[in-house]
Design a protein around this ligand. Structure first.
Ligand code: FCB
Length: 474
């Protein structure tokens, strides 16, 4: 069978009934309409205007115009047979300055989107924060300020109050690691600060914000499901040398255990706090109890594996940042990232579905009793729109297929995995990389805003229809 042919036989890897088949996006990356209907300024609006922050000086003022085209986009989702759609709410649309009552027009947009989804049988999954902090809150200190966590809980309650009657599945902060360490340590993301100790405060306050929001939302109603969302990596030492093993411990600690232990065990890992030295002064009594409020699910974003070394001289991060930036690895800046020899995506990220299996089995073993959902997984490739109007993105299809097979294997091994969301539904604004990196199942022409499902989307639709996929020989 050639790679181009579509399979029609019964899949040999059938997923459990009720498995959630979804795709994900985030507000700033797709919406555009940055000054409409009372939306305030976010840290990303400010950041993209600073020279040298984003490749080619691009911004998301228009992005893919989803704010105006959401009906067409829901239609596309329905055409693919998606069971669920994960999107984020733009905080500055709801509270232009990050405080005070809800802006009715902001709520109305998301309310209409939710209704549109429900009318097409697509389950809305809301993420409350995907990095677009109101600029006014950054001016008041940003995430390193404890007050931002309280502000977030108020905002979460406003949205949950307005949509909780129709949206069952919620998550709080998308990837606190990125928001804290790319935003405040490396400066690769908004607000672009390079202040390592402040980045640790930001990480803690993002977790505290999560916990306070869970508390506020639970006080409103008990029939919604709430999760935290972390980006996890499989980590390998370059060798068994002591320095490399220590590097792996440190990066696993900062990337994975810092967040997992706080959310699911109510304590920061002692070795990681030790790596921070005098900077480990961010938590107050009782914070960890708030942060570790029981969760209905844990949302995991998985893309790749890191291979790390304690020997100096390697790269400071797994894939070079596109713009001038520092190290996000606070307290472990000496660790270097080496190529593990696997094929890479257009981001330079190594493709390794075995890392996802490793993580899922580990989570089920070390953090039992919390259902898991893959809330992001996918890949950027240099897609080509062919003359006949198709995008033959077989590499993306193969990436997703390999990771779905891994999900199936993990479920067979007893991992409580409930769903999978491909990143991303559509091509969009990829942060500091601008529009140059395409992650979509659906191609977007940024000039005309025309959407065309790529081959990966058609394959995913077929997989959803069949409720599974074929084995590796496919
Ligand atoms: C994740 C982000 C998402 C997108 C993908 C590629 O870290 O959550 O917005 O940028 O990476």
């Amino acid at each position: 069978m050639t790679t181009q042919e579509t399979q029609v036989q019964v899949p040999d890897l059938v997923f459990p009934t009720g498995f959630v088949w979804g795709a994900a996006t985030s507000a700033y990356q797709i919406e555009g309409a940055v000054s409409e209907d009372g939306r305030g300024v976010s840290i990303w609006d400010t950041f993209v205007r600073q020279p040298g922050r984003v490749v080619n000086g691009e911004n998301a003022d228009v992005a893919i115009d989803h704010y105006h085209r959401y009906r067409e986009d829901v239609e596309t989702m329905a055409g693919l047979g998606l069971g669920a759609y994960r999107f984020s709410i733009s905080w500055p649309r709801i509270q232009p300055d990050g405080t005070g009552p809800a802006n009715a027009k902001g709520i109305d947009f998301y309310s209409r989107l939710v209704d549109e989804l429900l009318s097409r049988g697509i389950d809305p999954w809301v993420t409350l924060y995907h990095w677009d902090l109101p600029q006014a809150l950054e001016n008041a200190g940003g995430w390193p300020s404890r007050d931002t966590a309280r502000r977030f809980a108020d905002y979460a309650a406003l949205v949950h109050d307005a949509l909780g009657d129709r949206v069952r599945n919620w998550s709080t902060v998308n990837e606190p690691w990125c928001a804290a360490f790319l935003g405040y340590a490396s400066g690769e993301h908004a607000p672009g600060r390079r202040e390592p100790a402040q980045a640790l405060r930001a990480a803690h306050h993002l977790l505290l914000a999560h916990g306070l929001a869970v508390e506020a939302m639970r006080a409103q109603r008990s029939d919604t499901r709430i999760g935290g969302c972390v980006n996890l990596y499989a980590i390998s030492p370059e060798s068994e040398a002591e320095a490399d093993l220590d590097a792996a411990r440190r990066i696993d600690g900062l990337q994975n255990r810092f967040f997992l232990d706080a959310l699911l065990k109510g304590a920061y890992p002692a070795d990681v706090l030790e790596d921070f030295g005098a900077m480990a002064d961010f938590a107050q009594d009782g914070d960890l109890d708030v942060i570790s409020a029981p969760l209905d699910m844990l949302l995991i974003n998985y893309y790749s594996r890191f291979t790390v070394s304690g020997k100096p001289g390697g790269a400071a991060s797994a894939a070079a940042a596109p713009t001038d930036s520092g190290s996000p690895w606070v307290g472990s800046e000496h660790v270097s990232f080496v190529q593990g020899g696997r094929p890479v995506t257009a981001m330079g990220w190594e493709i390794d579905d075995s890392g996802l299996y490793e993580l899922l089995v580990r989570l089920a073993r070390e953090y039992p009793a919390v259902p898991l959902v893959i809330s992001e997984n996918g890949a950027a490739f240099d897609d080509v729109m062919t003359g006949d109007g198709t995008v033959r993105d077989y590499e993306r299809r193969d990436y997703i297929a390999a990771h779905l097979r891994t999900c199936h294997a993990a479920i067979e091994a007893g991992v409580p995995l409930e769903g999978y969301f491909a990143w991303s539904l559509m091509d969009n604004f990829e942060w500091a990389w601008g529009y140059g990196k395409r992650f979509g199942l659906v191609h977007v022409d940024y000039e005309t805003q025309v959407r065309v499902p790529k081959e990966s989307a058609l394959w995913y639709a077929e997989t959803i229809r069949r409720g599974g996929l074929s084995g590796p020989a496919e």
